[in-house]
Design a protein around this ligand. Structure first.
Ligand code: NAP
Length: 242
């Protein structure tokens, strides 16, 4: 299959886990559209890496807190590549703070990107998806167990995503579109840079994950062999949440 016969759209594909997913899906033969909000340089670098290996890629600026930007990103991806077979909704933010000091602006922003943005991304993409498509969200193992103070809002947004995929999986089952949620544990990205040593020490495997390891699970869920799995949340965290 040539690269332009299958298309993936990665929301938040410019860095970290999303960039890992974009690169892996390109290796798997997908043309990849990826969104970014603050780092056009990183997005361009991911596109360049894909093109250097003979793949097709497109970077699109789109804030996942902005409904109009999300639908415009979907339209641009469809205009460039014709269809969408796989959607990875990875864009997410983490603001920490205990309940007594957590700012309402941070609460609203996290709800907007981590929950509303996920819902709207799926809603915008799904009308362009073919039968048998794949939707993959990136949640977090904190939906299962959140043992650190100050992570209430982050964990609750990721628990919402785990619940969201169950309902949407039922909605889209008649079209054989599967909807699954990956729940990574601590993974080495910009998001965790400040706390990576402490996180590694706290994990049973005594290490954190790499974006490529999360991307391998994205690849599986995007592939033909995963067609019987839907509505699931898959935790990949080195035993962190046990
Ligand atoms: N790293 C971990 O340990 C870990 C563990 C569990 C779950 N996760 C989840 O995995 C996902 C990716 O995390 P990461 O560690 O790879 O984070 P990261 O390194 O901070 O990268 C975040 C990515 O999301 C994009 N993004 C952020 N806010 C956005 C917005 N409003 N609109 C569009 N794109 C936006 C960023 O775009 P720009 O580059 O343009 O800023 C970037 O591509 C998140 O949902 C996070 O909650 C991460």
């Amino acid at each position: 299959m040539s690269v332009t016969e299958k298309t993936a759209l990665v929301f938040g594909g410019s860095r970290g886990i999303g960039a890992g997913a974009a690169l892996r899906l390109a290796e798997d033969g997908f043309a990849v559209a990826l969104t970014y909000v603050s780092r056009p340089d990183s997005a361009a670098e991911v596109v360049a890496q894909i093109e250097a290996k003979g793949g097709a890629a497109l970077a699109i600026e789109a804030d996942s807190a902005d409904a109009q930007a999300i639908s415009s990103a979907v339209a641009k991806a469809v205009e460039a590549f014709g269809t969408i077979d796989v959607v990875v909704v990875n864009a997410g933010i983490m603001r920490v703070g205990t309940i007594d000091v957590f700012r309402i602006e941070d609460l609203d922003q996290m709800l907007a990107v981590n929950i509303r943005g996920v819902f709207l991304a799926i809603q915008a993409a799904v009308s362009h998806m073919r039968e048998g498509g794949r939707i993959i969200t990136i949640g977090s193992n904190t939906a299962v167990r959140s043992s650190h103070p100050g992570t209430t809002v982050y964990a609750m947004t990721k628990a919402a995503v785990a619940t969201m995929v169950k309902g949407i999986a039922i909605d889209l089952a008649p079209r054989r579109i599967t909807v699954n949620n990956i729940q990574p544990g601590p993974t080495e990205t910009d998001l965790t840079a400040a706390m990576i040593g402490r996180l590694a020490e706290a994990a049973p495997l005594k290490r954190v994950g790499q974006p490529s390891e999360i991307a391998a699970l994205v690849s599986y869920l995007a592939g033909d062999e995963a067609g019987y799995m839907t509505g699931s949340s898959l935790t990949i965290d080195g035993g962190f949440a046990l």
